[in-house]
Design a protein around this ligand. Structure first.
Ligand code: ARG
Ligand code: ASP
Length: 718
């Protein structure tokens, strides 16, 4: 009995360890297929990715470059997150038709709204072109020559790769330059808004709940892909027809429970799982704290104004959310890395790596990697910190400085490319500026500037700062700048840019805002950027060799997945709660009761629509409830990152059970170090989506399009 238990336990640990990783869908045969089976999945590699028949990958497009979507009807209906469709929902909104506030539902196809510029990209096939990319590369003498040849090869292969006239090809690198895969894709450009719940459902909990479990957000929106009459990609036309997909997902209303198999497909953007310990230490101790400090200061100021003034609230809501998103993520990441002892784990890995290098007698090739990494990360440290302060203060978070920086780049265009290029760019800039100034408040920005420039002068590594910046009098500089600079209004800016090139350049240089940006940026470009670039390139080259060595020296069975690079991936795991800290245990599912617990009438984050309250009070959940309760969200051990938003979550049979939209606070470090203990992705329960479409919005037209799998009726009940 005991032995059996021990064996069972060992088996459990084994299975538990086999989670994490973002795998390439065309390469799942063998290990991944076995792991999927071991976790309870019934899907074969061929069902997930096939070039001979329709497969799951045919129904998981990238949504507008940054998110993921999935096809859920035979008429090209796609599902993604509310926060992925947010800009489009906002663009269609006016004071009379505020779709952000009230939601939007097309009850007929004619009512669906076009979104010029939005692209939905399907993967047709994935081919390994590594050998072709490396052709004629190895014999070249220098690293620069090699990289140049690689780029030439990539361009040539992409251009001539066999494909249909309406398809595109693109090549991406995997394993830090050790593998190259080519993707044949179809880009659909007629994408129409079909449905979105009000923000009080789709963005419920807003920034307070962002990156947090327990979560109660119905973060979804619906779009439809349109094609020409041959079912091929086409620009928007009223003659286009709904796209007929090769595959679409049935939606399961059967529900989930802890321990169930889950799989997520999507387009994770960027991870760095194979950094050496020195790099992780730098992120934890130097870089994240710098970024957090700057954003913390900017957000505090903005929040103060937003709480007092509704107009400012509207102007700054979207900017605030995007700055707050990674500010909060970095804080969680720091905590998680520490708690999981990521540095310790990396050090252990490095010790073993060194032993393997020696055992394989590869000291000549790989023996110096870690010492060189160590040296190089020490050398880059101050430059990297300076770069982050510069990016966060000048380019990202002080609006006046970021405006000035655009103009600084404009002047550089003049210096390097001449008058014509200058004028083209100037005219484009003015258009862009108009939108930026619409949401600009000089009073807010003045306070932000005052805080941020103080941080910059004191915290950015002093050896790179010009004397005049180091000794800046914060108070008087702030006052003069906001009194005299033309950058504090759109009219002022237009005045600055009006006239012939020479006059414009002269005038720019007399503006105190521009002048300050120029002093800071010139110093940065001279004292920091070149050296940073040089050292960073060295790190990139080291990382490529390190990755090569890891691949080469690991046993065949090792689970080495390539870092995320915005290409289609598969990750799998189990529905599972977690233990964020001592004495606290999180269960894996949330319910509408939790929405009502968080409800704060009139609050911009936690208000609840009356209709939803009524449905809750009547327990009117249609066929979607579970024992009298309405499920809202759940978590699992899938390894996801930014870009996976909108990703489909599947059950063991490939039916849709959820919609990915976030990760838990304690586990955001999964971008650097995945731990199955505390890394969880957060999904909206598919039943909540169906409930909102059906009972809340009454969009029967949409429900009728879907293939819904209901729980088998319990006959003797009722
Ligand atoms: N944290 C999620 C992701 O990185 C959701 C972000 C959107 N929501 C928000 N409250 N800002 O993108
Ligand atoms: N919320 C993220 C996204 O928008 C997903 C994540 O980072 O987990 O892609």
């Amino acid at each position: 009995m005991r032995i059996i238990r021990i064996i069972a336990l060992l088996f459990l640990i084994q299975v538990q360890a086999q989670q994490g990783g973002m795998w390439i869908p065309s390469m799942l045969k063998g290990m991944n297929e076995n792991e999927i089976k071991a976790l309870g999945g019934k899907l074969t590699a061929e069902q997930i990715y096939s070039i001979n028949q329709s497969s799951m990958k045919d129904a998981v497009p990238q949504f507008d470059g940054g998110c993921t979507a999935e096809v859920i009807s035979p008429k090209g209906l796609i599902l993604t997150n509310h926060h992925c469709g947010y800009d489009n929902i906002q663009n269609h909104s006016t004071v009379e038709h505020d779709y952000l506030a009230n939601g939007f539902w097309a009850y007929k196809m004619e009512d669906e709204l076009a979104n010029p510029g939005v692209v939905v990209t399907f993967v047709v096939k994935i081919d390994d072109v590594t050998n072709k990319v490396f052709e004629g590369v190895n014999s070249l003498p220098t690293e620069a020559d090699k990289q140049k040849k690689i780029q030439e090869n990539i361009a040539a292969i992409t251009k001539t790769y066999p494909r249909e006239s309406w398809q595109d090809a693109m090549i991406r690198t995997f394993y830090d330059g050790n593998q190259y895969l080519l993707f044949v894709v179809e880009n659909f450009k007629d994408v129409r808004l079909v449905g979105a719940p009000p923000s009080s459902i789709g963005k419920f909990g807003s920034d307070t709940d962002n990156w947090v479990w327990p979560r109660h957000t119905g973060d979804f929106s619906l779009f439809r892909v349109y094609a020409d009459k041959n079912n091929r990609p086409a620009e928007y036309s009223k003659d286009n027809v709904p796209y007929t997909p090769k595959h679409y997902f049935p939606i399961s209303a059967k529900g989930i429970k802890e321990g169930d198999f889950t799989m997520v497909m999507g387009y994770p953007g960027r991870t760095t799982e194979y950094l050496p310990s020195f790099a992780v230490e730098q992120i934890m101790n130097d870089l994240n704290p710098a970024r957090i400090e700057v954003r913390d200061a900017a957000l505090k100021v903005q929040d103060g104004f937003m709480r007092k003034d509704q107009a400012i609230k509207i102007q700054y809501a979207s900017k605030y959310a995007s700055v707050a998103n990674y500010w909060k993520k970095w804080m969680g990441e720091a905590k998680g890395l520490k708690k999981a002892n990521a540095v310790g784990a990396k050090q252990k890995f490095e010790k073993e790596f060194t032993e393997k290098v020696m055992a394989a007698k590869k000291e000549a090739e790989y023996g110096n990697l870690l010492p060189e990494f160590k040296q190089n990360y020490a050398a880059i440290k101050d430059y990297a910190i300076a770069r982050d302060y510069f990016t966060e203060v000048v380019i990202r978070n002080s609006e006046i400085l970021s405006f000035g920086y655009r103009l600084y780049q404009l002047e550089q265009v003049y210096n390097s490319k001449g008058e014509q290029a200058f004028n083209d760019r100037k005219n484009n800039l003015i258009k862009g500026f108009e939108a930026l100034y619409k949401d600009y408040n000089a009073q807010v920005d003045e306070k932000v500037f005052e805080k941020l420039i103080a941080i910059y002068t004191k915290k950015s590594p002093q050896q790179f700062l010009p004397e005049s910046v180091k000794n800046l009098n914060i108070e008087t500089t702030t006052a003069t700048l906001f009194k005299n600079s033309k950058l504090t209004s759109f009219n002022g800016l237009k005045e600055l840019l009006n006239g012939d090139t020479k006059t414009v350049i002269e005038r720019l240089n007399q503006d105190p805002g521009f002048a300050l940006v120029k002093t800071i940026s010139d110093a940065y470009n001279k004292n920091v950027a070149p050296k940073y670039e040089e050292l960073n390139l060295k790190n990139i080259a080291l990382q490529r060799t390190y990755m090569k060595a890891i691949l080469e020296l690991s046993p065949k069975s090792a689970r080495i997945f390539p870092d995320a690079n915005s290409t289609l991936r598969v990750t799998y795991g189990k529905v599972k709660g977690y233990k964020p800290m001592d004495a606290v245990v999180y269960t894996p599912t949330t319910y509408l009761d939790g929405v009502m617990e968080k409800y704060v009438p009139g609050d911009y984050e936690f208000d609840v629509p009356q209709k939803l309250i009524d449905l809750y009070n009547a327990k009117d959940y249609g066929k979607y409830g579970e024992n009298g309760k309405m499920p809202v969200a759940f978590i699992a051990t899938n390894h996801t990152t930014g870009g996976n938003s909108g990703s489909p979550a599947f059950d063991a049979n490939g039916n849709l059970i959820g919609l990915n939209f976030d990760r838990v606070w304690e586990g955001t470090m999964s971008d650097v170090y995945y731990s199955p203990e505390i890394c969880r992705n957060i999904m909206v329960d598919a039943r909540y989506i169906l409930f909102i479409i059906d009972k809340f919005a009454g969009a029967q037209n949409l429900i009728n399009e879907l293939k819904i799998i209901y729980p088998t009726e319990k006959k003797n009940k009722k």
